[in-house]
Design a protein around this ligand. Structure first.
Ligand SMILES: NC(=O)c1ccc[n+]([C@@H]2O[C@H](COP(=O)([O-])OP(=O)(O)OC[C@H]3O[C@@H](n4cnc5c(N)ncnc54)[C@H](O)[C@@H]3O)[C@@H](O)[C@H]2O)c1
Length: 346
């Protein structure tokens, strides 16, 4: 089988920690032909560390070497680089969030449609074993029509103190656009991506603006901290379903919590871990998964689905139109918090 020739653009934390090691593990399907980073020292060091021969400071120079690229730059550059790569005839796996605004996301989709190439967004929570188990039981109608979803992505005191995560200009926001976006995406996918009707949200950053900090993930300047560290939202869909959502990098809570539950008309599911809750055999019955097949590391099935989609062997799981929906909700939460009113999308 022909191997996909891959390039990686922006080789900081997530490229080194996830994408490059994953593609190297899948060496029977893919080769990493080139990397690019505006920081030439980083680019050279990463090339040496992973033994990659073609290194560029301008990402456009790598286009001739590859069939596809993974974009791992700060959020501000996702749209520009994605569109340039698609126009050069390349497939794109872009890190989450898709882009800074819904308008940018739409231009990326337009470019993908025009080029006929694959555009995937790295919402990797969908590829976790528990998430796939939940999707399967929902598709097999074990919980009936989903009505209410509850998602929590909460960290107690873990503002990322490295990179540009607290820079609004480069990232577009804080805990919501960086961390909560995964749980909005996962909730939408499990609900079957109904249309969003109305969004109401509140954003906070009181704790991160305080001078005395206890932060488990490095340090940051409270005076220049300009993004959200805690967000709540209520989202209504056109099929009558609703999502209660909360995310935080910095909440005064007992402990970190990642959970998602969906109540349907005939049953419910809980994540993480996966549990199916039903009324069956004359009792209230809760079932756990004893073993779920597949990779524990979601980066592997995410990369495999991207590669197979590029090779025309499999349908893309995270479709760009679905990632656009996530960005529409994020944008509406920020707007709702600012205006103090709910935002109607249709
Ligand atoms: N899927 C996840 O769970 C997850 C986790 C962490 C980060 N991310 C996403 O990955 C992206 C990068 O995050 P990170 O933690 O690796 O950041 P990082 O700051 O560690 O790395 C970003 C790299 O991009 C480079 N860069 C900046 N502008 C560039 C440009 N125009 N062209 C080429 N290179 C450029 C920087 O020099 C840096 O080396 C962000 O969009 C972030 O949201 C996703």
């Amino acid at each position: 089988m022909q191997k996909l020739r891959m390039g990686v653009i922006g080789v900081g934390g997530i490229a080194q920690g996830r994408h490059i090691p994953t593609f190297l593990k899948l060496s029977d399907q893919v080769t990493i032909e080139a990397i690019s980073d505006v920081n030439e020292t980083t680019a050279r060091n990463v090339a040496e560390k992973f033994n990659i021969s073609n290194v560029y400071s301008d990402y456009r120079d790598m286009f001739k070497d590859v069939d596809a690229v993974t974009i791992c730059t700060p959020n501000k550059f996702h749209a520009e680089i994605t569109i340039a790569a698609l126009e050069a005839g390349l497939h794109v796996l872009c890190e989450k969030p898709m882009a800074m605004t819904p308008e940018e996301c739409q231009s990326m989709i337009d470019a993908a449609d025009k080029s006929g190439k694959v555009l995937a967004i790295a919402y990797h929570y969908r590829f976790m074993k528990d998430s796939r188990a939940a999707k399967q039981v929902i598709l097999e109608n074990e919980i009936g029509q989903p009505i209410v979803a509850r998602a929590k992505a909460l960290r107690r005191r873990k503002v990322p103190g490295w990179g540009v995560f607290t820079n609004k200009e480069l990232q577009g926001g804080g805990s919501l656009i960086d961390y909560g976006c995964h749980f909005i995406d996962l909730s939408l996918w499990l609900l079957g991506n109904p249309k969003v009707v109305e969004v109401s949200g509140s954003t906070y950053n009181h704790l991160s603006k305080m001078p005395e900090q206890l932060n488990q993930w490095g340090s940051f300047n409270h005076e220049t901290f300009e993004v959200d560290d805690h967000v709540t939202a209520y989202i209504k869909f056109d099929n009558g379903a609703s999502l209660l959502f909360e995310t935080s990098w910095m909440a005064n809570i007992k402990d970190d919590e990642e959970s998602l539950s969906i109540s349907g008309l005939t049953g419910g599911i809980d994540l993480f871990p996966f549990q199916l809750n039903q009324m069956k055999h004359g009792m209230l019955l809760n079932s756990e998964a004893n073993w779920v097949p597949g990779e524990d590391d979601p980066s592997i099935p995410q990369a495999q689905n991207f590669i197979n989609s590029c090779l025309g062997l499999e349908e893309l799981i995270v479709k760009p139109e679905e990632a656009l929906q996530v960005s529409q909700i994020i944008d509406a939460i920020y707007k709702s918090s600012e205006s103090g009113k709910s935002v109607r999308l249709i």
